[in-house]
Design a protein. Structure first.
Lengths: 63, 225
């Protein structure tokens, strides 16, 4: 179905910006001096995992 | 170890380059498949591994992999893909890629996969390379002389790794520069000599383990003392 293909394409297109955000957040976390910044970056990384799981579910859609 | 990133998404490429350089790799970047094919055809021995995005303008990642393999270029390739379906991963591995990472991925996972692929080439290379009492653990990135740990900078570590992968062999200045520095570095400068001097200095307290010999006009050799 065209709708499912669209959802899979969206899921696919989300992955590059997610990669950039993840690598940037990880790099900031390595250099972070204070605990609050580390915690904030943890939140970002956990949400990336959540969005990735959603993208995985969309990618698994069959015609 | 020198890597080539082939990635058309500028932000991702910059991020990857910075991340991998921070882990001690020398990294070059190209943004299209045709250029990558030319570079690898001409300078295949300068690179230890290619990190290849699947979606590229012109020649895409899968086509580039097939073209390189058809030319007999066996350099290890890790594909970065946005597709997580199993059949897609199988097709990638069957096309000649050595491994893949699915976006998004963590830097730790990527580096672990790079190290894993670099450990399993033609001669099934071990994780630990040693000469006499001097040894280097490429998984933990740790250098030891007997029980003593030696702390090195990223470049010194990369240089020593080149020597310990080929103990007793003369490595030319050009080979060392190509393996440890990226394409844009000034190979004619005395940077290599400075790093070799520092490396010798750090190894000198433990030079019963191994020592460098200068082969005049050619390069250096690591031998047992």
């Amino acid at each position: 179905m065209a709708e499912q293909k669209l959802l899979r394409d969206i899921a696919h297109d989300l992955r590059t910006p997610l990669s950039i955000i993840q690598l940037t957040a990880e790099s900031m976390q390595m250099g972070a001096k204070d605990q609050q910044t580390k915690n904030d970056l943890d939140v970002i990384l956990k949400q990336i995992t959540r969005i990735t799981e959603l993208a995985d579910e969309l990618s698994a859609q069959r015609e | 170890m020198r890597l080539l990133i082939v990635e058309d998404e500028k932000s991702l490429a910059e991020n990857l380059k910075r991340t991998l350089e921070g882990r001690g790799f020398a990294v070059d970047h190209l943004d299209n498949g045709e250029q990558a094919f030319s570079r690898l055809s001409l300078y295949r021995s300068d690179y230890s591994l290619v990190l290849l995005d699947l979606t590229l303008p012109g020649l895409d990642g899968a086509q580039l992999t097939q073209k390189l393999r058809a030319e007999g270029i066996t350099i290890p390739i890790i594909v970065i893909t946005g597709k997580s379906e199993t059949e897609h991963k199988i097709a990638l591995l069957n096309s000649g890629a050595d491994d893949y990472v699915v976006k998004p991925f963590s830097a730790e996972e990527l580096v672990a996969r790079i190290n894993s692929v670099l450990r399993r080439p033609v001669e099934s290379q071990p994780v630990v390379h040693s000469l006499g009492e001097l040894s280097i653990d490429t998984a933990a990135r740790r250098v030891r002389a007997g029980e003593r740990e030696i702390r090195l900078t990223l470049k010194e570590y990369s240089l020593l790794e080149c020597f310990l992968r080929r103990p007793g062999q003369v490595l030319t200045r050009e080979e060392l520069s190509n393996q440890v520095w990226d394409f844009n570095s000034l190979n004619w400068s005395n940077v290599l000599d400075v790093h070799m001097k520092n490396l010798r200095k750090k190894l000198s307290p433990v030079n019963h383990a191994a020592r460098f010999e200068t082969v005049r006009g050619v390069g250096y050799r690591l031998v047992t003392a």
